[in-house]
Write a protein that binds this ligand. Structure first.
Ligand SMILES: *Cc1c(COP(=O)(O)O)cnc(C)c1O
Length: 351
């Protein structure tokens, strides 16, 4: 039985007392080959999807949260706090419940996907909506965690990034033939691209792999501070999980990009939504819009001639599509309404 990332990778995540390990058995998510998607985007490459939506709270955030909350419990903390565009709060609330400690989550005004809000609420977190953007919310929780005995579990908490390295470990463990040539992922606060790169390097140094992938990250055009080289005061994108104007791990993401020989570019909301529909309709895999930025980026870079053929590319699908049903419904064909008669239904079927 899979025991969660901390107990599965004890050489990398050390705890002197196992009773402090707070886990909901996160990790061990499927790495799914996507031949129909590849056929559409570029038949000469192989695409694999790391489906992080199948973590306990439906996003990769659980990998970092198991570490951050376990370390908080280890140090005697009784409460955690975070600012969040959704998934961090969902994960923090769940792991705090599991640990029997308090969670406070501060969310920015507007545009939080409904499923994520529901998660934070049902797990019993105190949810505070501030009338400002994510960066305002982050400044507030940083200040509170400095002055009160409450542990900050945003990705500024180094244990988050530590735990998120496990995504790279799992890919290396399950992909036949070693690590991929490219690893594509959405970039918001830029913690995940930082963590994956650190994870690949840790595995390389440990002698588990003999090559390293190029890291390719994608921001939404309306929230592309790293690409544009400037803070976005009012970031805007349909992909709320990456609606970040001033990424916490900005410099580290640039380092991951440069050290790996990769790139960070942007994709438009239309390109994101197109990729979002493509992966769900071609592969049966439902991710949230932010996750699809990794695929939209492949479409863009493939068209620009990045790939020669033969490359293996992993895309991290960061969160589950069910978190944000509003966007799914908005971009899909409406159900057809029809009289309760077989003939009428057949008519709709085109028979
Ligand atoms: C948090 C999150 C991101 C962005 O990850 P960063 O580490 O902030 O760059 C992307 N997609 C989803 C679904 C997320 O929850």
């Amino acid at each position: 039985m899979w025991k969660g990332i901390i107990r599965e990778y004890p050489d990398f995540f050390r705890f002197s007392d196992d009773k402090n390990v707070i886990t909901i058995h996160e990790g061990n998510t499927p790495l799914v080959q996507a031949p129909r998607l590849a056929q559409k985007i570029n038949p000469k490459i192989s695409i694999f999807l790391k489906y992080e939506g199948l973590n306990p709270t439906g996003s990769f955030k659980d990998r970092g949260m198991t570490m951050a909350v376990s370390r908080a419990v280890e140090s005697g903390s009784k409460a955690i706090i975070c600012a969040s565009t959704g998934n961090t709060s969902a994960s923090a609330a769940a792991y705090a419940a599991r640990a029997g400690i308090k969670a406070f989550v501060v969310i920015p005004e507007g545009k939080i996907a409904l499923g994520k809000l529901a998660q934070a609420m049902i797990h019993g977190a105190t949810v505070i909506k501030v009338l400002g953007n994510f960066d305002d919310a982050l400044n507030i929780v940083k200040q509170i965690s400095q002055e009160y005995p409450i542990t900050l579990v945003n990705s500024l908490n180094p244990h988050r990034i530590e735990g998120q390295k496990s995504g790279a470990f799992e890919i290396c463990d399950s992909l036949v033939g070693g690590p991929p040539d490219y690893h594509s992922l959405p970039v918001g606060n830029a913690g995940n691209i930082t963590a994956y790169w650190a994870g690949y390097k840790a595995y390389f140094d440990y002698g588990k792999i003999k090559s390293l992938p190029k890291m390719i990250g994608f921001q939404a055009e309306g929230a592309s501070p790293i690409v544009q080289g400037r803070i976005f005061e009012k970031p805007e994108t349909i992909a709320t999980a990456i609606r970040i104007g001033n990424p916490a791990s900005w410099k580290k993401a640039e380092q991951a990009r440069d050290d790996s020989g990769g790139l960070i570019d942007s994709v438009s909301d239309d390109e994101i939504l197109e990729a979002y529909k493509m992966v769900s309709s071609l592969e049966g895999i439902f991710c949230e819009p932010a996750s699809a930025a990794s695929i939209a980026g492949l479409v863009k870079k493939s068209a620009q001639g990045l790939f020669n053929g033969g490359e293996r590319v992993v895309c991290t699908l960061t969160g589950h599509g069910l978190k944000d049903p509003d966007n799914a419904i908005k971009v899909s064909r409406e159900p057809v309404t029809c009289e309760p008669e077989t003939k009428k239904v057949l008519n709709v079927l085109g028979f």
